[in-house]
Design a protein around this ligand. Structure first.
Ligand SMILES: Nc1nc2c(ncn2[C@@H]2O[C@H](COP(=O)(O)OP(=O)(O)O)[C@@H](O)[C@H]2O)c(=O)[nH]1
Ligand SMILES: Nc1ncnc2c1ncn2[C@@H]1O[C@H](COP(=O)(O)OP(=O)(O)O)[C@@H](O)[C@H]1O
Length: 203
């Protein structure tokens, strides 16, 4: 039987750099994970592409997906819905591939209930002031939204203890390296050999 893939969940407060770190992970050569593209009702930002960054949905479409049980988890975050397509995740894990989710904390909590054996990684900022700076310099949000996101961030950071690992995002490259190391260690702990090293064993 095909060994199932590992479900890797990267979460943390808004503005900590989840999206940035996730992109850097997928820009590495030979990334062994499959990224699960989320559904959202948020409007696309400049340069975002439907089916690449997100599947952009109307509220009605999203609520229909909820009703039909098509989402592994979903959450309302600062006025918009975000959710993970369940079929994609299941099928990919069944093919033996690791699936990588980058989601906010309410969703991560729901995934933990359904996949207790998943690998849950919490990204933290070096400090709260640095977090605020990142949200401000991103410049995509109004002052009201920034205030909401900072308030949400404080509550989100309290969820840190529910995770398997906490990774500081001081520098993107360092955070990526830490996550790579954690995944390798978790594969070994689960007696799975990295696909990259499996090739060596075949020589
Ligand atoms: N629960 C959940 N959260 C998601 C999903 N996709 C993205 N998010 C999170 O939703 C939040 C807002 O995302 P977005 O609007 O793209 O803004 P940004 O990531 O803060 O730049 C971030 O914390 C994302 O990690 C998802 O499928 N489910
Ligand atoms: N390690 C880092 N050092 C400095 N700035 C960062 C770092 N990681 C991310 N950023 C910046 O912080 C802002 C928020 O990052 P983003 O990836 O959108 O966060 P999230 O997805 O967690 O909401 C962006 O402007 C991004 O360029």
């Amino acid at each position: 039987m095909q060994e199932k893939g590992l479900l890797i969940v990267l979460s943390g407060p808004s503005g900590v750099g989840k999206g940035t770190v996730r992109k850097a992970i997928f820009e590495q050569e030979n990334t062994a994970f499959e990224y699960s593209i989320s559904m959202t009702t948020r409007a696309p930002r400049q340069g975002e592409v439907n089916g690449v960054d997100y599947f952009f949905k109307t509220r009605e479409e999203f609520e229909e997906l909820i009703k039909q049980g098509k989402l592994l988890e979903y959450a309302e975050f600062v006025g918009n819905y975000y959710g993970t397509p369940v079929d994609y995740v299941q099928e990919t894990l069944n093919r033996g591939k690791d699936v990588f989710l980058e989601i906010e904390v309410q969703g991560a909590r729901q995934v933990r209930e359904k996949f207790p054996d998943g690998l849950f990684i919490f990204l933290v900022p070096p400090s709260l002031s640095e977090l605020k700076q990142r949200i401000v310099t991103r410049g995509t949000e109004s002052e009201d939204v920034i205030r909401n996101r900072m308030n949400a961030a404080k509550e989100e950071i309290e969820m840190m203890h529910l995770y398997d690992y906490v990774v500081e995002n001081d520098k993107v490259e360092l955070a990526v390296e830490r996550i790579n190391a954690i995944v390798i260690a978790e594969h070994l702990r689960r007696e799975r050999v990295e696909p990259k090293y499996k090739k060596m064993l075949e020589v």
